[in-house]
Design a protein around this ligand. Structure first.
Ligand SMILES: C[S@@+](CC[C@H](N)C(=O)[O-])C[C@H]1O[C@@H](n2cnc3c(N)ncnc32)[C@H](O)[C@@H]1O
Length: 348
């Protein structure tokens, strides 16, 4: 009989990774994050405890207490990606102590020795010494390690998002499940948000407070009206083009102020995805940016996932951060399925 798996989710955020693990039957004993705004969504949507703490200050012994006796221990984590993200290039700050969080993850593995480890991050992390060191630590501790860059669209996630996924096991060879969707079957925007209530820029649905869109100034309203699905600001009349589109050492930025296409997956959902000027986040036909609910759906959160208490104000900035930072729930399910298949194979 396969033993049950129990996880500790480091850097748990609003619970994208935890939610997917739990949907596949992996118990998550605790989620840990420094940001207190994660507590409500993490606990409300997942029958799991939240600990507001700095991962750098945890010890392996303190984590051990969370695991039920005899469970197979999974240490899961998704260290903050900003220092590695292509979106923050040019703003890299080596002194930023978030760079060290992956080293703390490795330290906790050494101290705890969980049977299983999983880590998700941006693909660029592969190019950094901190990642090479992380993998080497696992190998030195006799873990079987596998990692790859995943195209989320190949797993039915309606979004052009690439992520580095690592799996490691002390119990034998482990591998990520094979992709489920060929290019012709990629899930398009229409399938995800095509039937949602129509909204004007700056308005909120009466039925779902998360279905809210940021307001647009007159100039940006003119710009979105002039935007074609899948097009760029280059389609606009010259008078609408902002100076910033063409400046900065002659570079151009075609991937801002775009509308999505109904028949293609969404672009990568970022922490800024609620702003029309922040990427290709325009709705395919309504004159507005996508709503926070639409962003959460592209991240494959269930349609009723709550990010704030019913009477609390919903901030675009805070909620955008929780949504854009999340591991897509569907990707987390693939990770969980891979782990459960592995455990069956090593017949624990
Ligand atoms: C990429 S997000 C994780 C997303 C999460 N795994 C999910 O699926 O929803 C990284 C998280 O790390 C948290 N964080 C940053 N520094 C931290 C620290 N020192 N200790 C604990 N959490 C930290 C951030 O608040 C953020 O929620």
């Amino acid at each position: 009989m396969t033993k049950s798996v129990s996880a500790v989710d480091l850097f748990c955020g609003a619970g994208g990774l935890t939610h997917g693990l739990r949907l596949e039957g992996v118990n998550v004993a605790v989620g840990i994050d420094l940001d207190p705004t994660c507590e409500y969504p993490f606990e409300h949507n997942n029958d799991s405890e939240f600990l507001c703490a700095d991962v750098a200050e945890l010890t392996g012994d303190s984590l051990r207490d969370y695991y039920p006796a005899r469970a197979v221990k999974l240490l899961a984590g998704c260290a903050p990606c900003q220092p590695f993200s292509t979106y923050s290039q040019g703003h890299r700050n080596d002194a930023d102590d978030r760079w060290t969080l992956l080293r703390h993850f490795a330290r906790l593995i050494k101290e705890l020795r969980p049977e299983l480890v999983t880590m998700e991050n941006v693909p660029k992390l592969r190019d950094h010494e901190v990642f090479t060191d992380f993998v080497q630590t696992l190998k030195d501790l006799a873990y079987h390690v596998t990692y790859q860059v995943v195209d989320c669209r190949e797993y039915g996630i309606p979004q052009n998002r690439k992520r580095l996924v690592l799996l490691a096991s002390q119990l034998g060879e482990i591998e990520l499940q094979k992709p489920t969707h060929a290019k012709k079957d990629f899930v398009p925007v229409r399938q995800v948000i095509g039937r949602l209530e129509k909204l004007a820029a700056g308005s909120i649905s009466k039925r779902d407070p998360l279905h809210r869109t940021s307001a647009l100034r007159e100039k940006n309203l003119e710009r979105i009206r002039a935007s074609k699905p899948g097009g760029t600001w280059r389609d606009w009349d010259k008078k609408l083009v902002a100076d910033c589109h063409n400046q900065r050492s002659g570079k151009t930025y075609p991937s801002v102020y775009g509308r999505m296409s109904w028949d293609k997956p969404a672009p990568t959902i970022t922490t800024q995805c609620y702003g029309f000027g922040n990427g290709r986040f325009g709705h395919p036909e309504q004159d507005r940016a996508i709503s926070l609910r639409e962003a959460a759906l592209f991240q494959t959160f269930p349609p009723d996932y709550a990010f704030a208490e019913p009477d609390d104000p919903i901030s675009f900035r805070k909620t955008g951060r929780l949504i854009g930072n999340a591991v897509p729930v569907k990707l987390a399910r693939v990770i969980a399925q891979s782990i459960l298949t592995h455990l069956k194979r090593v017949s624990l």
